[in-house]
Design a protein around this ligand. Structure first.
Ligand SMILES: NC(=O)c1ccc[n+]([C@@H]2O[C@H](COP(=O)([O-])OP(=O)(O)OC[C@H]3O[C@@H](n4cnc5c(N)ncnc54)[C@H](OP(=O)(O)O)[C@@H]3O)[C@@H](O)[C@H]2O)c1
Length: 283
């Protein structure tokens, strides 16, 4: 065990590539791995925004750019692939990046998927995650899938400027997980990938909360009055119509809530604690 409780790397000379390092999850993973003295390559869209970390080099690419990604991933042993920002062609970008990883000879891919990923998942984006997982399985590269629940630290952001969380979640509950816990699990897996090959981990917090409970905790912690107002599905589409967002995006927004109502995010697992030895954070 090391200073932060992570296991010592099995392949200490292996080069670990971390995508999304300019964002929340990838940034946390990069910091965790840097503290462990890992050989790191941060694979980012803009090197100017990459964290400056001991032991890390920085390379630019974007998932949709297959040729550049093959070069960016050259010599990489293990890759953390953080799912891309939502877009109409995200799945194509994911497939292009996975193909690039295979072409570059990456030995193991760790992918951040979503809890309950399935072709018929209520949350529409969980279907894209499923299709990305399927591509990983199809190309045959050793991999580990982290199926993250909704991010716990994102819950307060669901509230509008008036402090109301509005959506058709009914009385459903969700076992949301902190990004920091997802990052700790990812770092753990990246340091000993062979031990986790072929595994799919469902990452949740330690409890399932309703949006009413989440709103109450948010009020207590932030001092800002936050409440949950359930909407019907029709009200949810109507209240989001003025944003002018494309249909796929509005479907994604609304289905976040209907997935909660359907009980598809209610799962609570012990996976975070089992893998990291630390109980998951609470809201
Ligand atoms: N489980 C959940 O509740 C939940 C909620 C929201 C999002 N997500 C998914 O989880 C991912 C990680 O969450 P997060 O909080 O760390 O997000 P984040 O802070 O927005 O970071 C996303 C990272 O991915 C990079 N990225 C996005 N699209 C890319 C592309 N096409 N090619 C290469 N890099 C790309 C971004 O680079 P730039 O800095 O250049 O933009 C950024 O570094 C998100 O990207 C999203 O897919 C999950």
């Amino acid at each position: 065990m090391t200073t932060t409780g992570l296991p010592l790397p099995l392949a200490a000379t292996g080069l670990i590539a971390v995508t999304g390092a300019t964002g929340h999850v990838g940034g946390l993973v990069a910091h965790d791995l840097s503290r462990e003295g890992a050989r790191l390559r941060l694979v980012v869209r803009s090197s100017a925004r990459a964290p400056q970390l001991p032991g890390a080099t920085v390379t630019e690419t974007t998932y949709g750019d297959h040729d550049r990604s093959v070069v960016a991933l050259d010599g990489v042993d293990v890759l953390l692939m953080v799912s891309a920002a939502e877009s109409a062609d995200r799945l194509d970008q994911h497939r292009a990046f996975i193909d690039a990883a295979v072409e570059a000879g990456v030995h193991h891919v760790v992918y951040t998927s979503f809890l309950g990923a399935a072709p018929d998942a209520t949350f529409t984006l969980a279907r894209d995650h499923w299709a990305t997982e399927e591509h990983l399985r199809a190309v045959g590269v050793p991999h580990t899938i982290l199926r993250d629940s909704f991010y716990l630290d994102f819950l307060p952001n669901l509230a509008g400027p008036d402090g109301a969380i509005r959506g058709p979640a009914g009385d459903g509950v969700l076992g949301a997980v902190a990004r920091a816990d997802v990052a700790r699990v990812a770092a753990h897996v990246l340091l000993a990938p062979h031990e986790h090959a072929g595994q799919t981990y469902e990452l949740t917090g330690r409890e399932a909360l309703s949006l009413t409970q989440a709103a109450r905790i948010t009020s207590e912690v932030t001092g800002r009055e936050t409440v949950y107002h359930p909407e019907t599905v029709e009200e949810a589409y109507a209240s989001r119509a003025s944003y002018g967002a494309p249909d796929w995006q509005v479907d994604a927004w609304v289905s976040t809530y209907t997935a909660i109502a359907a009980g598809e995010l209610a799962l609570v697992t012990d996976t975070v604690e089992r893998l990291t030895g630390r109980r998951p954070l609470t809201l």
